[in-house]
Design a protein around this ligand. Structure first.
Ligand code: ZN
Length: 163
């Protein structure tokens, strides 16, 4: 899916990596004649690229970005205490990932945004909620689960995003 560029950093070998709104990084190498991206070498070129969308296959695969950490979790819900908001189509904010942890029973996890998907999560299984992707859940009989939210870790001094 398409994700906006929110910043840049360099990898250990000095190659530029675009930081996307989802939290994933993606190499944007200037490697002529194979890849022509002279713009990435200048601060002005990088500034102009902010907000530009890149296709993120790691979001398509629902891979939690490295560098994210669990920030908070909901209480445990049962089939009778699930907040109405979770039963209806909703999405997390940009960059915020969710992990649905099923403690007991079965929970249907339905991704509404195209191409869509349905997973039946059982005790011990985890459903990955991708930022900004619309979804909802539905109990299948008795169930107990909670949701954990993952945010980007605060950048370390020497390894912060370069804009
Ligand atoms: Zn992504």
């Amino acid at each position: 899916m398409e994700r906006a560029i929110t910043g840049f950093r360099k990898d250990g070998e000095g190659h530029w990596v675009a930081i996307l709104a989802c939290g994933h990084g993606q190499h944007v190498r200037h490697d002529p004649p194979f890849q022509e991206r002279a713009w990435v070498l200048t601060p002005a070129g990088r500034a102009e690229a902010l907000g530009r969308p890149l296709s993120c296959t790691r979001c398509d695969r629902r891979e939690l970005p490295e560098g994210h950490q669990a920030s908070r979790r909901t209480p445990s819900f049962t089939e009778s205490t699930i907040p109405k908001g979770l039963l209806a189509d909703h999405a997390t904010r940009p960059g915020v990932w969710g992990l649905i942890h099923v403690e007991s029973g079965e929970l249907e996890y339905r991704i509404d945004a195209p191409p869509g998907d349905v997973q039946i999560l059982r005790a011990g299984q985890v459903g990955v909620v991708v930022p900004e992707v619309r979804h909802h859940v539905a109990p299948r009989g008795a169930v107990r689960f909670h949701v954990e939210f993952w945010h980007p870790a605060p950048p370390a001094e020497e390894d912060g995003p370069i804009r």
